[in-house]
Design a protein around this ligand. Structure first.
Ligand code: TNX
Length: 546
């Protein structure tokens, strides 16, 4: 018996030993790429990629270096952290070659894998970056647990996105995510070829961005004294509320913000900051009571839902404040679009406020709601003067919107359709298809607590952001966005679970709108799931057979 055991151990050690020594992993039998490329034609044979495979880069400008940097990351993930592809100038065989083409759009690429080389032709560095993301999906799944060489199937891929805006919004006010977690989120986006990270930085329950001119925003506004446990029964003072009695807080220093913006830029992701105005403002009002209509001192909010306590558009000091905040925001974020929220802003306080009433008279406004239109237009003027564009939630339409503002449609697609018809640019993010804080299945037993609703991955996939619009009007639809609100997100693990695999469905809507097919998507998602496993991401399994 003991001898038998010994022999078994020896055999095991040999097997493990073989795994650990020089070996080439064969290509997986049926790779497929998600989001689905314009065309993907597999030939016979394979290319053998190893740490010794050199890279030929066409130029050495900064953005090209970012795209090639993605290949460095791939080498590190497969061949070990020390593996750095050697750069060579020669158009040698056996290399990965990056080439630029004037005939292509910046995000377009052609990836050709032949037995003796890999060639990536792209319009710009972003296209080259996406080609590397595609290449990553072509590797055998086992590659990510270490190999000396891997085989990649020969293939010719032509690809490019359908929509220019492919977004994800993350709410860091209700649940605070660390810089590391935000970076992991950006990695996820890059894997899915998404290119806009909408960072929801302020809300009633927390102010999360350092503003040097207004230090109370993070000294006071970044911390709530406790957090609701379980579902919000509908109001702070409801006796059935139960709280976690520990203070909850966090914010990003300006240095950390720069770090995130830079990390995103290297992945060709633009970061759009959102500073909520004039609603969802309790954390700001708790920091500086003179920002509200009554001047009362409030606490940072501890429950969810909509709040009446909003910025006072009657007072000049409110605009001075917003401009002071935005000046610092513009320094930190190079994004053309700056999000100023605009959603869910009750007018109750304004109706009773002498300063607001005076403002209405002075501006000839007849409805309190028009004060929001007035306030938004003022902020927009400030942004336009500095070369930026204002983007906000579709409630902006109710207060009257300027032709230059960009509308993010969340209460269905109707607002977006209306905006596109009147010539406003639009991003579609309707609750019906894009709210990843909703349950992913009708049977919620065993699911983590979520906002409510039911948004299965197939439903995300069925989004047609251009529906109901003429060819002319469609030009105004810039793209689509998934939103992850975090009232009921407990940690980053759960955030991943809510995002995946739904983000892959949204990615296909955004990138491959003109070639969607749900059956194909299922099998591509099944394959992509192998990469989620390899990267250690958590994901929901409703789409998959097991
Ligand atoms: C509505 S969508 C909100 C958020 C909530 C979300 C919950 C939008 C612009 N506002 O404040 O977190 O619903 O799903």
């Amino acid at each position: 018996m003991r001898r038998g055991m010994k022999r078994l151990m020896l055999v095991c050690m040999c097997v493990l030993g073989t795994c650990a020594c020089r070996r080439t992993l064969p290509a997986d039998p049926a790779p497929s790429v998600l989001p689905v490329p314009r065309s993907e034609i597999y030939g016979g044979g394979t290319f053998r990629l190893s740490a010794a495979t050199p890279v030929v880069a066409v130029s050495d400008d900064e953005r090209t270096a970012w795209a090639v940097g993605a290949l460095d990351e791939l080498y590190a993930a497969v061949f070990g952290p020390e593996a750095q592809p050697r750069r060579t100038d020669a158009a040698a065989d056996g290399a990965v070659r990056f080439v630029c083409s004037d005939a292509m759009e910046a995000e377009e690429y052609r990836l050709t894998v032949d037995p003796d080389r890999i060639e990536i032709v792209s319009g710009g560095p972003e296209g080259a970056f996406y080609a590397v993301q595609t290449l990553r999906q072509l590797l055998p799944r086992a590659a990510f647990s270490g190999a000396d060489a891997v085989e990649i199937p020969c293939v010719a891929i032509e690809d490019g996105p359908c929509l220019v805006y492919r977004g994800l919004m993350l709410d860091v006010a209700r649940h605070f995510f660390t810089v590391e977690e935000v970076k992991r989120t950006l990695d996820l986006m890059a894997m899915h070829k998404l290119n806009v990270f909408h960072w929801h930085l302020t809300d009633d329950q927390g102010w999360r961005i350092e503003i040097r001119k207004y230090p109370e925003l993070t000294r006071v506004g970044a911390v709530r004294k406790r957090t609701l446990v379980g579902r919000d029964p509908g109001g702070e003072y409801d006796e059935t509320c139960r709280y976690d009695e520990t203070p909850y807080g966090g914010f990003y220093t300006q240095e950390e913000i720069r770090e995130v913006v830079d990390y995103a830029a290297r992945r060709f992701i633009t970061v759009i900051p959102e500073i909520e105005f004039p609603g969802h403002a309790v954390a700001a009002l708790a920091s500086y009571p003179w920002l509200g209509c009554t001047g009362e001192r409030y606490e940072v909010r501890q429950t969810w839902d909509i709040d009446d306590r909003v910025f006072c558009p009657g007072r000049e000091t409110t605009f001075e404040f917003m401009e002071g905040v935005l000046e610092e925001v513009l320094e930190l974020f190079p994004s053309e679009y700056i999000h100023i929220g605009g959603d869910e802003c009750p007018t109750k306080m304004w109706e009773r406020c002498p300063a607001c009433r005076a403002r209405m008279v002075a501006e000839g406004l007849t409805r309190p709601r028009q004060l929001q239109g007035y306030a938004t237009a003022r902020i927009e003027r400030f942004l336009l003067e500095r070369g930026r564009r204002l983007i906000g939630w579709d409630e902006m339409l109710d207060g009257g919107v300027t032709p230059t503002a960009v509308v993010m449609s969340w209460r269905g697609t109707e607002g977006g359709v209306r905006a596109a018809r009147q010539g406003n640019e639009v991003v579609m993010a309707p609750t019906t298809h894009c709210y990843f804080d909703y349950y992913q299945t009708a049977d919620t037993v065993g699911e983590p607590l979520a906002w409510g609703g039911c948004l299965p991955v197939e439903q995300v996939y069925s989004l047609d952001p251009l529906e109901g619009l003429s060819a002319d009007e469609r030009r105004f639809v810039r793209g689509v966005q998934a939103n992850l609100w975090t009232e009921y997100i407990a940690d980053f693990e759960q955030a991943q679970y809510m995002l995946l695999p739904r983000l892959s469905a949204l990615a296909e809507v955004a990138w491959s709108l003109d070639r969607k097919d749900v059956a194909g998507y299922r099998s591509r998602a099944e394959r992509l799931r192998g990469l989620y496993d390899a990267c250690g991401y958590r994901y929901a399994r409703h789409l998959f057979a097991d």
